[in-house]
Design a protein around this ligand. Structure first.
Ligand SMILES: NC(=O)c1ccc[n+]([C@@H]2O[C@H](COP(=O)([O-])OP(=O)(O)OC[C@H]3O[C@@H](n4cnc5c(N)ncnc54)[C@H](OP(=O)(O)O)[C@@H]3O)[C@@H](O)[C@H]2O)c1
Length: 406
């Protein structure tokens, strides 16, 4: 695998650097890249796109993807130095969430169906700002800043040379991470932040001594959540397979329950009750997990596995949202009557949260030692993309044999 990965990275690097229809020089590390988005010749860029929903064979590499332009004065153009994939990218390739994303892109339903194509996937990004909209204060961002971001699923993604994002979605990348390392983090970090902070009401000042249970602690969201909560002083219990026990213990978890050893709810019921349960697993967990919360204490169950996008895909926007509203409201009421809160967590783009996370990473409170793997046979489909599924002790660059950044 290693030579293939090495080939893939160098191939992508060469490809991107081969274009130079530009008039301005930007210095980044030891690389010099000519760039000017107002240049009339700068209308296309290389990207991986899909022209319809389907399996891997819908992916197409093109050198002629439309160059993203600044539409609003608070937007920035970022040159992508590293991109990351998440399970949502694979689902979106197959059409998951298409109805809701279409509504977000085109709320007035002016465009014809299929106007999202060619669609660029890729939710994680680390790169360098190339141009700022007029409202972007230099105190926040300026050309040449190294940034990272989780790209909302309704926007064109990071499997491209450039992306346009709102300055609110972008944050300065941690100094201690390379672009490749940084591109592993934002989507899971923003999801964990949204679930724990926005939905769960936790923060660095109120976590001390709180008992938190994470169902599915060894995945992307779980491993990030563990570190955030431990940095904030919480007591953290997780469920994961026995194989992952060393990993989660290394991240500071206080108690581990192996879900492969039998019905996981049995050992969990024997433990002291929790202030918050974060559910990354779904399925039948709802039937027993709320019983693990302290009743009448403001305790919350937050699940990231929700039927929202599936409902709108199957029933259409109006019926799907109605169905979703009825489902969540009835469950919330049912559990409120038992003294616990039932909530759905959602990914939310959040540059301010990434600012805090960046500080935590640079302070060594959150560790990112990445294992890097391709989701599909390289180099046929995503030759330059890294898929980050779990954390191990190897540095990404070492594993890839790739240069830092580009
Ligand atoms: N709502 C949203 O906006 C949103 C956003 C992002 C993610 N999500 C959802 O959140 C969930 C977690 O995302 P992720 O990126 O962390 O996924 P992930 O990296 O695939 O991790 C899932 C983890 O769950 C563990 N697992 C599987 N079955 C389990 C069980 N029965 N009990 C305990 N652990 C189990 C697996 O661990 P082992 O290796 O130990 O088996 C795996 O590491 C996914 O369902 C994803 O779809 C939702």
């Amino acid at each position: 695998m290693l030579p293939l990965r090495q080939f893939a990275c160098s191939w992508w690097s060469c490809l991107l650097n081969s274009r130079a229809p530009c008039v301005k020089t930007l210095v980044h590390g030891d690389q010099r890249r000519l760039f000017n988005t107002s240049n009339s010749r700068m209308t296309i860029m290389p990207a991986w796109v899909i022209d319809r929903y389907g399996s891997n064979d819908v992916l197409r590499f093109t050198k002629n993807a439309g160059f993203p332009i600044i539409n609003y004065p608070n937007e920035v153009v970022v040159q992508v130095h590293a991109a990351g994939l998440n399970p949502i990218d694979v689902s979106m390739r197959g059409g998951y969430g298409a109805a809701t994303m279409a509504m977000k892109r085109d709320p007035l339903n002016i465009n014809q169906s299929g106007s999202e194509f060619p669609l660029i996937l890729g939710r994680d990004m680390s790169g360098v700002i190339m141009e700022c909209g007029l409202d972007v204060a230099p105190a926040y961002f300026k050309e040449g800043d190294e940034v990272w971001a989780a790209i909302p699923p309704w926007k064109q993604g990071s499997l491209a040379e450039f992306v346009v994002l709102s300055a609110n979605e972008v944050s300065k990348k941690p100094k201690c991470l390379s672009h490749i390392e940084a591109a592993a983090v934002p989507y899971v970090a923003a999801t964990a932040w949204s679930a724990l902070v926005n939905t769960g009401g936790l923060n660095k000042d109120n976590c001390a001594k709180k008992r938190i249970l994470i169902l599915g602690g060894s995945g992307g969201v779980g491993t990030f959540s563990i570190q955030m909560l431990k940095a904030w002083g919480a007591h953290v219990t997780v469920t994961c397979s026995q194989n992952a026990e060393r990993l989660v213990r290394g991240l500071g978890v206080d108690h581990v329950v192996d879900y492969t050893a039998g019905p996981v709810e049995v050992p969990l019921r024997a433990l002291e009750k929790f202030d918050l349960v974060l559910d990354n697993v779904g399925g039948d967990t709802e039937s027993w997990a709320l019983g693990l919360l302290k009743p009448w204490c403001g305790a919350k169950y937050v699940t990231l596995v929700t039927p929202f996008l599936r409902n709108t895909d199957q029933l259409g926007i109006a019926d799907g949202m109605l169905q979703t509203g009825v489902t969540v409201a009835s469950k919330a009421l049912k559990h409120l009557s038992k003294g616990v809160h039932y909530r759905w967590g959602m990914f939310a783009p959040n540059g301010l949260a990434l600012d805090d996370i960046s500080e935590m990473v640079d302070a060594g409170k959150v560790l990112f030692n990445l294992s890097v793997s391709f989701s599909v046979e390289p180099p046929a489909v995503f030759p330059f993309i890294i898929v980050i599924n779990d954390l191990t002790s190897k540095s990404t660059n070492e594993m890839l044999g790739a240069p830092r950044g580009r």
